[in-house]
Design a protein around this ligand. Structure first.
Ligand code: SAH
Length: 215
């Protein structure tokens, strides 16, 4: 039997997001609109709306829906921003961000995943305002900077300086930082030359690689 995906999606939004304190209506709406089942690999499809991360191949995972909604909410986007995502994976998180911003650039280190993200986004949401770049996003993507928001989907040993440098005035960087297997999800807001840094929660992400990541 084919699941009723839209009721699964509604249930996920109610039970996993609203009940746990996600309340930005734009984020909840984006989570209701993007079909997660179209992005995850076919053998994980049945688990699309479970409250857990899923394997997307190449040793990588897509976060649980709650973490994606929380990260999106923490960016406090208004719809006018250019947003950079580091770690496109299967493209789902970028699709959610695209509902909340003017433009999304997502950069992925593993070329096969970059192709997968691009294909998924064009198949599911043709013409969506997302550009997929294949490369090392730990350095950011200066070509489209400054960014009103930067969302990093892999855990860094430290906050990469190039990402801070590419934030717009008033922009926010949401990034897991810490040890290999447990990290803090940090929210860094830039105002002029000052930054304000806080910890939103504890988390566990796959490692950020590349020049500013784990070697
Ligand atoms: N946001 C994704 C899941 C990301 S998993 C989704 O919605 O599916 C983290 C991703 O970060 C992995 O695909 C991994 O290959 C990628 N990654 C790790 N280091 C990176 C780097 N330096 N630059 C770009 N991508 C990186």
């Amino acid at each position: 039997m084919i699941p009723d995906w839209s009721s699964e999606r509604r249930r996920m939004v109610d039970r996993q997001l609203r009940k746990r304190g996600i309340h930005d209506p734009r984020v909840l709406d984006a989570m209701l609109r993007i079909p997660r089942e179209e992005f995850v690999p076919p053998d994980s499809r049945i688990c699309s709306y479970q409250d857990e991360p899923l394997h997307i191949g190449y040793g990588q995972t897509i976060s649980q829906p709650y973490m994606i909604a929380l990260m999106a909410e923490l960016l406090e986007l208004t719809g006018t921003e250019t947003v950079l995502e580091v770690g496109a994976g299967c493209g789902y998180h970028a699709a959610v961000l695209a509902m909340l911003a003017a433009r999304v650039i997502t950069i992925e280190l593993i070329p096969a995943l970059a192709r997968q993200a691009e294909q998924n986004l064009q198949r599911v949401l043709p013409g969506i305002n997302v550009t997929v770049i294949s490369g090392d996003g730990s350095q950011g993507w200066p070509e489209a900077a400054p960014y009103g928001g930067i969302s990093v989907a892999a855990a860094a040993p430290d906050v990469p300086e190039p990402l801070l440098a590419q934030l717009a005035d008033g922009g926010r960087l949401v990034i897991p930082v810490g040890a290999r297997f447990d990290q803090e999800l940090r929210v860094i807001r830039k105002t002029g030359s000052a930054t304000e840094d806080r910890v939103a929660t504890f988390c566990r992400f796959v490692p950020l690689r590349g020049s500013e990541g784990w070697h």
